[in-house]
Design a protein around this ligand. Structure first.
Ligand code: PRX
Length: 630
């Protein structure tokens, strides 16, 4: 097994991955089960946004996540499912049980008409069936498109239509703390605008008697009973699609990022084992929802292909109280704990007793993901949760990258608070200046690009390769542009400074400002909107909307709540603006472009120096906006 045990190993392997990338990755890929090995490791052309890894290799990722473990770890727990309510029992699902459930679910999908290459929309809470059906798709070569079960009906229907899904897998509802959410109702509304969906499989989870549409809907529990527990895995090409996962774009529609079978498997497995230094028998918990890339890569595929025990958590950190995470760590003797800065910041504000009353001595490694972690949160996490003895693995990566890109290796890389540290083997960052030139040397700051392919990178945007090329490969021709800014310090360590485009990261979730603006514009009173991010103590960034109404609003508070409700309906509750300021105009240039720089300053509460405003069509609006700032 390829491993990195020391800093020297890291440097040696990093060097090899740069000097001989094909030899480096083929040695790692050789550790997997392939039906047929590849003819060529890599072919790439960043000018056309074309990348292929393990060309003509044949495999099925579930044979690597399940079948190959049966000989040695059939009775080892694969998934520990921790329910929303801590008074209920956790489920321990062994590799053998998981294998059988996935096979059965695969047969259920086949019996409901799903074939290789079909796209399957999955809208489920964090219950074991979510893992079963994702892996079942992969087993039969269907492409899963998981939609986070906090998204609205409109977001679901957009994604279903964009991916051309004919089948949706959902449940009657979900639990979230002390609330229940009617997922089936959301699906029914969504499917009113999805004429091609002819089948819905409904898991009755919170009750019995889900509303059933005759001819279209069937119940999971009825269907699964008819399915056998043996389903041969479909042979997939390394470059066949494994899944689509949507992420926000800086303009309008979300982008369906396409990930493929071979490279994704190799890279998520390698980065999971290496970065966290996962040891045989350890219990690993990533608190993300499987509806995001973090859950895909580092709750399911990475850990399961590595034969790990992975925790799947249905609940929320604050219910029944702020000790929920720490209680679950104690209960399952979690060794590796991976969460997001937004969760850390909110837990940090709870009374310390919630941490102190739990035994966290099983912890060996901590992780962070989703946004830059601030130093205060880093130190709190280190001292209170890691007790000063657990390295914090701050992993920088993206839906598009499929796996970790810049991150320390546990107990190998020297840490610096709030820095993602060094690139992993195979990752070749470039820091670019505004004129598109790579800045050499250290102690520099610029935009982060990547100049060489890595196995798990997204291959395209579903149905729109041109957009893929334009979004990621045109800013710096010949390089992948990440959309992030960064600094490289005197030792070559990277600090990610945040997005440099029109995407804001709210509680670790990517949201396009254009998407929020068009949702607000749907309100009949609203004429035009501009949305920017502002620093928020808990969420990292909050959403600040500047809204022009047709008529001066008479009841501002009422209108604010209606606008929030609108956004919640159209995108989902995570996109609700924190602040809404009504204005009579926006700062626009003569060519009609909104000067967001000015709005960002106002939203940050820093209006002392707004820079040059002379190019504005009407500089007076700035004074009005400043005076009304919230
Ligand atoms: O801005 C970076 C930020 O999250 C963006 C990617 O978001 P998403 O595709 O939703 O994936 C999130 C989970 C991988 C990045 O462009 N980001 C993610 N991780 C970090 C981060 N920023 C700083 N430090 C991180 N560790």
């Amino acid at each position: 097994m390829h491993s990195i045990a020391s800093l020297q190993d890291y440097h040696d392997q990093y060097k090899k991955s740069i000097d001989q990338p094909e030899a480096f990755w083929s040695e790692i890929a050789n550790e997997f089960t392939w039906r047929k090995k590849w003819d060529k490791v890599l072919a790439w052309d960043f000018n056309n946004a074309d990348v292929k890894w393990f060309i003509n290799g044949k495999l099925n990722i579930t044979e690597n996540c399940l079948d190959r473990h049966l000989a040695t770890r059939a009775n080892q727990t694969a998934i520990i499912w921790e329910p929303n309510n801590p008074a209920h029992e956790a489920k321990h699902i062994t590799y053998k049980q998981l294998f059988e459930e996935v096979n059965r679910t695969a047969n259920m999908l086949k019996a409901n008409g799903v074939k290789k290459g079909d796209r399957v929309c999955i809208y489920l809470p964090m219950i074991p069936e979510l893992a079963y059906v994702i892996l079942a798709c992969a087993r039969i070569g269907a492409v899963h498109s998981v939609v986070f079960a906090g998204f609205s009906a409109k977001s679901v229907s957009d994604r279903v239509n964009d991916a051309g899904c004919k089948i949706v897998i959902t449940s009657d509802g979900s639990y979230r703390g002390d609330k229940t959410i009617n997922l089936k109702g959301i699906i029914d509304t969504a499917l009113e605008s999805c004429p091609d969906v002819s089948r819905v499989i409904v898991k009755e989870y919170i009750g019995k008697g889900a509303a059933i549409k005759e001819g279209r809907d069937v119940l999971w529990d009825d269907e699964i009973q008819k399915a056998s527990a043996q389903c041969d895995a479909e042979e997939m090409d390394a470059e066949d699609m494994l899944f689509i996962l949507y992420t926000s774009g800086s303009t309008g529609r979300p982008k369906g990022m396409v990930h493929t079978c071979g490279g994704y498997m190799v890279y998520t497995n390698y980065t999971f084992r290496t970065t966290f230094q996962y040891q045989e028998g350890q219990v690993y918990w990533c608190t993300a929802d499987i509806g995001w890339i973090t859950g895909h890569s580092y709750i399911l595929y990475g850990p399961l292909s590595a034969g790990a025990t992975t925790v799947m958590f249905e609940g929320v950190p604050s219910w029944p109280d702020w000790g929920r995470f720490w209680q679950a760590i104690e209960r399952h003797k979690v060794n590796i704990f991976y969460t997001a800065p937004t969760a850390i910041r909110s837990l940090q504000q709870a009374p310390p007793e919630f941490v102190k009353r739990h035994d966290l001595s099983s912890l060996k490694v901590l992780g962070s993901v989703g946004e830059p972690i601030n130093e205060e949160a880093w130190h709190w996490y280190d001292e209170n949760i890691g007790k000063g003895k657990c390295p914090i693995i701050d992993t920088w990566w993206q839906t598009e990258t499929g796996g970790f890109m810049i991150a320390p290796i546990a107990n190998v890389t020297k840490l610096k608070p709030a820095l993602a540290t060094l690139p992993l083997p195979g990752v070749q960052p470039a820091v670019m200046n505004e004129s598109g030139l790579e800045i050499q040397g250290n102690n520099i700051e610029g935009r982060l690009a990547i100049k060489f392919p890595w196995p798990s990178m997204a291959r395209t945007i579903y149905g729109d390769h041109q957009r893929f090329k334009d979004t990621y490969f045109s800013t710096f021709p010949g390089k992948y542009f990440t959309g992030d800014g960064c600094k490289r310090d005197d030792e070559g360590y990277y600090r990610i400074t945040g997005r440099v485009d029109d995407i804001i990261i709210v509680s670790g979730h990517n949201l396009g400002t254009a998407e929020i603006e068009s949702a607000i514009d749907e309100h009949t009173a609203v004429c035009e909107t501009a949305v920017v991010g502002f620093p928020h103590d808990i969420k990292g960034q909050g959403i600040y909307a500047f809204v022009i109404c047709y008529d001066k609003p008479r009841e501002e508070e009422k209108l604010r709540s209606e606008i929030k409700e609108k956004v919640s309906k159209i995108i989902g509750p995570i996109a609700k603006p924190d602040k809404i300021q009504f204005v009579s105009g926006l700062p626009k240039t003569r060519s009609g472009k909104i000067m967001r720089r000015i709005l960002r300053k106002v939203a940050e509460g820093d209006t002392s120096n707004l820079g040059d405003t002379t190019t504005l069509l009407d500089p007076n609006v700035v004074d009005e906006i400043k005076a009304g700032a919230l």
